[in-house]
Design a protein around this ligand. Structure first.
Ligand code: ADP
Length: 432
């Protein structure tokens, strides 16, 4: 501000000097007004010339050197010069950041595609050509759904729920399986990252096949062993108490092994593909009453108070065997992990989104850190207790995988020493 005052002050002094000088010259020549007017015009035109020089440069291409101003215009052209130098440096830095970003994303094995708010391609890397068949030059500004036409992908993009990734076959190589993750940012723009998971899937298939083959191979010898043990148990006259105990224990353990093998085989069956809807809905009141009776029988001396609440007249278009397996796993767990005289409530409820089956107990509960791991195979919170209760540690894994085959999901709410609620959410498509 003080600079500005100084510049203005100086200009006023110069103007006063010019006027004084032209007045003196006017007095000397006898044309005071004319000389003063000419001097004033020269002063104004000089300033206008300086202004036009800068204005043209600013409104033009701004290329070349900044025009050098004189007098009061000098600080302005000097500031412009410094600003241009700084902005050139910033632009250079920005370009090098962009180049670095491009080079690093080019080196990525994952495909990266940047989409605008109408899902048109703004930018894509080299890997997107190899995995998705998107050409970086030809397909620029194209709508992604014109290139990836798989209905599953179009639905995924239109639904706008990107909390989970989408698994699809590669559009250019059906042998490859891709996992697509979309991250929205700014206003509607999206970053699509696509990874080739064929090897992971292959490994998973090998693991599943291995488990199911081993279980299959173990089934026959185990049946033979437990069969003979049963015969031995009935033959032994128990004169030797120790032998009797050993045979009883062996028989119990071989039963447990048979259970584990059967559950593993069932789980392997549940790990493949979606189920198709059945023609007729299940009779839910009948199924749930049967479950209640089975729970009462299992509860026996524990004398639980078991309640059934049904406020939905719709039934699931699903196999009785699958749904009974899922629901009974949850109900029997509630019986096993709820102390004597505890309360167990089984509900079947409908809303506009679908139906919910839930089992609430007043049992031992589960701590928050264990909840996310419950559906892992063989994960048990308290190994000793679970084994005593006769569990295999596969029940909730079976529940999760079976529900996935019906596009349903399991939700668990629990608090230690308070109790738990296990809920199965089915969408309306599976109800009638
Ligand atoms: P298991 O055959 O051992 O019961 P599950 O897969 O059915 O195996 O359950 C896994 C673990 O989850 C159990 O070992 C138990 O610790 C816990 N769990 C399951 N249901 C309940 C429940 N209703 N209350 C408390 N803990 C439970």
């Amino acid at each position: 501000m003080s600079d500005l005052h100084w510049i203005l002050g100086k200009q006023l002094i110069i103007l006063a000097g010019i006027l004084l000088l032209s007045w003196l010259v006017g007095l000397f020549t006898g044309y005071v007004t004319v000389v003063m007017l000419i001097s004033l015009l020269v002063f104004i035109f000089w300033h206008a010339f300086q202004f036009i020089k800068l204005f043209r440069w600013l409104h033009g291409s701004r290329k070349g050197v900044v025009p050098e101003g004189s007098g009061p215009w000098y600080p302005i052209s000097d500031e412009l010069y410094k600003w241009r130098k700084k902005s050139r440096k910033n632009r250079k830095n920005l370009l090098s950041v962009i180049n670095e970003f491009r080079t690093s994303t080019e080196a990525l094995a994952d495909a990266v595609v940047v989409l605008d708010n109408s899902s048109n391609i703004i930018w894509s890397n080299q890997a997107s050509e190899e995995l998705l068949g998107i050409s970086r030059k030809k397909d620029l500004s194209q709508r992604i759904t014109h290139l990836l036409r798989l209905p599953k992908f179009i639905q995924f993009l239109e639904a706008g729920d990107f909390s989970e990734s989408l698994i699809i076959p590669s559009p250019i190589n059906p042998d490859k399986t891709l996992s697509i993750q979309i991250t929205p940012y700014l206003q509607g723009q999206k970053l699509l990252v696509c990874r080739d998971i064929s090897q992971l899937q292959q490994l998973e298939r090998v693991r599943q096949d291995f488990v199911s083959n081993v279980s299959h191979e173990l089934r026959t010898p185990l049946t033979v062993v437990s069969g003979y043990l049963e015969v031995l148990e009935s033959l032994t006259d128990f004169s030797n108490e120790q032998v009797g105990k050993m045979i009883a224990e062996m028989s119990l353990q071989s039963h447990r092994m048979k259970n584990i093998v059967n559950e593993l085989l069932y789980l392997a069956k549940m790990e493949h593909g979606l189920k198709t809807k059945t023609d007729h809905p299940l009779d839910m009141p009948a199924l749930l009453s049967q479950l209640k009776q089975e729970a009462i029988a299992l509860s026996a001396e524990k004398s639980h108070h078991i309640e059934l609440a049904i406020d939905c007249d719709k039934g699931l278009l699903a196999s009785f065997e699958d749904i009974h397996k899922v629901f009974s796993n949850l109900v029997f767990n509630a019986v096993r992990y709820t102390p004597e005289k505890g309360k167990i409530t089984i509900t079947w409820h409908c809303n506009h989104e679908g139906a919910i089956f839930s089992v609430t107990d007043t049992g031992v509960g589960i701590s928050a850190e264990d909840i996310p791991r419950l559906t892992e195979r063989f994960y048990r919170v308290d190994r000793g207790r679970a084994r005593d209760e006769g569990g295999t540690g596969l029940g909730l894994a079976i529940v999760k995988h079976t529900l996935e085959r019906y596009q349903a999901r399991l939700a668990i709410k629990s608090e230690l020493d308070e109790g738990s609620t296990f809920s199965c959410y089915f969408n309306a498509d599976w109800l009638a």
